[in-house]
Design a protein around this ligand. Structure first.
Ligand code: PNS
Length: 163
């Protein structure tokens, strides 16, 4: 059985992430979408909230599981028996950092292969950071964030503005 891991911050999950998840789910038997618990990074959503968002948007993908992890991706892959890491690539800047990450992960875990999926044209400008920057000013994030997750983003900023 071929198990893959697609790790990330997913703060929030974007349509670009979702496209990679859907496409990767067709390539492997099980895809584990794993939220990194990074106490050093300030995030909009808690890890539990991000997992809930991912569960909502992947509910129709039967071979996709949602998890969270601390520490190294290479170690978590071993723990769950994943032999493939999925990464999305939007541009050459992504490639430069992703290639380094690939080399490091390969050194840390010889069993782990990385598969890069090129982002779809319509997702090239998408990032969680851009989505948050637009949402904080009440802009339209319909083209960035999956429909099910948009209300949570809007609500989060409304809560922040009301305190
Ligand atoms: O969504 P992101 O922030 O681009 O995801 C990056 C992520 C979580 C995949 C990456 O930071 C990661 O794997 N972090 C875990 C720590 C680790 O394994 N570091 C070694 C590779 S440099």
């Amino acid at each position: 059985m071929k198990k893959a891991i697609y790790a990330g911050s997913f703060d929030p999950v974007t349509l670009g992430h979702l496209d990679i998840i859907e496409r990767a789910s067709h390539l492997v038997d099980v895809l584990v979408v794993a939220v990194l618990e990074n106490p050093n990074k300030k995030s909009l959503f808690t890890v539990e909230e991000r997992k809930q968002h991912l569960e909502l948007v992947t509910a129709d993908l039967p071979n996709v599981e949602v998890a969270s992890f601390r520490g190294l991706l290479a170690d978590f892959a071993t723990e769950i028996g994943a032999t493939v890491a999925i990464r999305g690539l939007r541009n050459a800047i992504d490639f430069a950092s992703e290639y380094q990450m690939y080399l490091i992960n390969r050194k840390l875990n010889h069993q782990l292969e990385t598969i890069f999926l090129a982002a779809d044209e319509e997702h090239l400008s998408l990032s969680s950071t851009n989505a948050k920057e637009i949402a904080v000013f009440g802009g339209n994030i319909d083209f960035m964030v999956p429909e099910q997750v948009r209300p949570f983003v809007v609500q989060k900023y409304q809560e922040m503005h009301s305190v």
